[in-house]
Design a protein around this ligand. Structure first.
Ligand SMILES: Cc1cc2nc3c(=O)[nH]c(=O)nc-3n(C[C@H](O)[C@H](O)[C@H](O)COP(=O)(O)OP(=O)(O)OC[C@H]3O[C@@H](n4cnc5c(N)ncnc54)[C@H](O)[C@@H]3O)c2cc1C
Length: 630
């Protein structure tokens, strides 16, 4: 590193956010909007909110995260509503718990639009500089130093460095020491973090090639359309304002020919040749991994997605790889429609330094350095949405830290964000963590459609949600409960007209009067259908009707899940004293004692989720805590 010590220039601010990716943008906006003087750093201002991989936001469980970020007062939902080019609600054939919105983004518009928001936010400064050093004193953060030697003194630092720390990109035998898309890597900060006692590890992820649209034969593929009626991500977006023409995506498949070429060249794959050190995401496998691990499958889906309106670049979803360029060309050209494809950007894998997140508290603050918060891919997660969710929480909690107030912690029963962060800081994740609906045990309560009802109040209390937005949500909640009570109170008689109506809709006749709500519980009937039997119904918005229908049709399941949450909250409330001496808890098993000493969980609920801590160990701990109390 060159001698930058001559530059004695210093600045003093409240918060320094290192990284302007999906995590950094949310973190910096949260701090600045809460009136803290904030600087956001990036190695390239032209890469703000860059999407180095898939050109879409949302999808299964990720759509839930975007809605929750929006409900708390974040930016991602609004930004994609302004820059999407196709939108689709996924899993509509399944229950509401897994309905999930996904929108194809115009990548460069998405980045430009987020940059406009950052550059026009009060109390926020955007700075192109690489942070090479973290400054601390007596276990507390005091500032950062840039690659030009300028020192920024501050009281809180939020690290959102993504896939840039000591990054290297691998495409067959070719290795380049850059960040994603050829951007500069950040090679100095890791050493400074290690000096400060932070433990790092190596993870990897990969991306497919991009191709010239003119070289693709779409007649050999199945066109995938967006929804006719577009639903916005943000609760603040007027649905009527975003109805527009959409672009298509395309579906094709690999085949045996593709798989043969891959198998024949595994020795030239950095993954299989052992060149790659970092651990990759199981749930986002490369095409090499798919062919090797699912050898019984004779084809894999390939989604061709536009990268934007102003480019011919097409993203080849489902075929990320780090095979050499010549092999890539051969393999892609076996796919129907890609026979004459021209690669604009090669597929590659990227390795980078990231954090062992069990060094963090559920507030995302470091356990060893006060005022240091971490978010995004740097915490070992994978995905724009996971990053944005951690970013807003780290921003909120850095502000709470500066206010001297309690952090905002969302637990597993309140939000997917709660599941995400709890899994990251509690579980032993050995690979990049990607959110999935199956990870959320209370998913029937944590639907994407009710994120505002669950989280707006918390965002309002913190100061990120305006009074106006809060009023709209309170009014919506009131409308919902009024309509549910009304439907439960309106009794429909078992008369001939009603029975004929039910017959016409393939529903059983009535023998006695029932409420409209009971009728609505019948799977073959829905709210619109019942209108002829309900002449005095009020005019309600689609959102309110959606909530009313779900709460009535799934009432029993929701009730059961609420009881489970009640039990869960009991153990979450059982706090463990910070200074507990686990050597004093005699009957604990050795493995559990080691895990509890290493990890120091905040409450019994968290202790029970540690791998290596059994229910028997939890009982021992509970007895010890109750004896200590007496
Ligand atoms: C090749 C590739 C393939 C991927 N594949 C997938 C996938 O298949 N599925 C998936 O879910 N996700 C994938 N991702 C991950 C996805 O891109 C990230 O999850 C997401 O971008 C993370 O957001 P972030 O804000 O944490 O970090 P990033 O978006 O990486 O942003 C990091 C920011 O930090 C800045 N920065 C870093 N270090 C410094 C420093 N020292 N000083 C100043 N600025 C710094 C950078 O300039 C950048 O602005 C992939 C990413 C890459 C690169």
């Amino acid at each position: 590193m060159s001698d930058i010590s001559k530059n004695q220039w210093t600045e003093t601010v409240d918060v320094c956010v290192v990284g302007a990716g999906h995590a950094g943008c949310e973190a910096a906006l949260a701090c600045a909007r809460l009136n803290f003087d904030t600087v956001i750093f990036t190695v390239s201002i032209d890469s703000i909110a860059l999407m180095p991989c898939n050109p879409n936001v949302g999808g299964s469980s990720k759509g839930h995260l975007v809605r929750e970020v929006d409900a708390l007062g974040g930016e991602m939902g609004k930004n994609i509503d302004k820059t999407f080019i196709q939108s689709k609600m996924l899993n509509m054939s399944k229950g509401p718990a897994v309905h999930s919105l996904r929108a194809q983004a115009d990548k460069s518009e998405y980045s430009r639009s987020m940059r406009r928001v950052l550059e026009n936010t009060d109390h926020l400064t955007v700075k192109q500089a690489e942070i090479v050093k973290l400054l601390t004193e007596n276990g507390k953060v005091t500032g950062v130093v840039t690659n030009t030697g300028t020192t920024y003194f501050c009281k809180a630092v939020i690290l959102c460095t993504g896939t840039y720390l000591k990054a290297r990109c691998l495409c067959g035998e070719s290795i380049t020491y850059t960040g994603p898309s050829g951007l500069q890597a950040a090679n100095s900060l890791s050493a400074s973090l290690i000096e400060n006692g932070v433990k790092l590890r190596r993870f990897k992820t990969g991306t497919p090639a991009r191709m010239d649209k003119r070289s693709i034969d779409f007649s050999k593929m199945t066109e995938q359309f967006g929804d006719e009626r577009i639903v916005p991500f943000s609760f603040s977006t007027d649905p009527d304002s975003i109805q527009k023409e959409q672009v298509s995506c395309w579906l094709t498949y690999t085949n045996e020919e593709t798989h043969k070429i891959i198998r024949a060249n595994l020795d030239r794959s950095p993954i299989y040749a052992g060149v790659i050190e970092g651990t990759g995401p199981r749930y986002c496998p490369s095409i090499e991994d798919k062919v090797v691990k699912f050898s019984d499958k004779d084809r894999h889906q390939v989604f061709i997605e536009p990268e934007g309106l102003y480019t011919n670049e097409m993203y080849i979803g489902g075929m990320s790889s780090s095979l050499p360029e010549d092999v890539q060309l051969k393999m892609y050209r076996t796919v129907p429609g890609l026979e004459n494809c021209k690669i604009v950007r090669n597929a590659y894998a990227i390795e980078y330094d990231c954090l062992e997140p069990n060094q963090l508290l559920p507030s995302l603050e470091s356990k060893i350095i006060k005022g240091l918060f971490c978010a995004g891919q740097f915490n070992g997660s994978s995905g724009y949405e996971e990053a944005a969710a951690q970013g807003i929480m780290a921003g909120i909690n850095a502000a709470q830290f500066l206010r001297g107030e309690e952090p905002l912690i969302l637990d597993r029963s309140e939000a997917y964000i709660g599941v995400l962060i709890d899994d990251l800081v509690t579980k032993d994740n050995r690979e990049p963590y990607r959110m999935m609906t199956s990870r959320a045990e209370y998913r029937l309560l944590l639907r994407q459609d009710n994120a505002d009802l669950r989280l707006r109040e918390k965002g309002h209390k913190i100061g990120l949600v305006s009074d106006e937005e809060m009023k709209i949500t309170l009014y919506k909640a009131e409308e919902i409960s009024k309509e549910i009570n009304r439907l439960k109170g309106v009794i429909v008689g078992a008369n001939r007209r009603v029975c004929e109506f039910l017959n016409e809709h393939g529903s059983n006749e009535l023998h006695t009067g029932v409420s409209l709500a009971e009728l609505l519980c019948r799977p073959e009937l829905d709210y619109e259908m019942l209108a002829p039997l309900d002449p005095n119904r009020p005019v309600l918005s689609k959102d309110v009707i959606e909530q009313v229908v779900i709460n009535i049709k799934y009432e029993g399941y929701i009730e059961r899940q609420l009881q489970q949450v009640h039990k869960f909250k009991k153990t979450e409330k059982k706090l463990i004293p910070a200074d507990i001496d686990y050597d004093d808890v005699k009957s604990l098993r050795i493995e559990a004692r080691q895990k509890l000493k290493e990890f120091r969980p905040l409450n019994v609920g968290q202790a029970s989720r540690l791998s290596g801590v059994t229910p028997a160990d939890v009982s021992v701990l509970l007895i010890y805590l109750s004896q200590k109390k007496d």
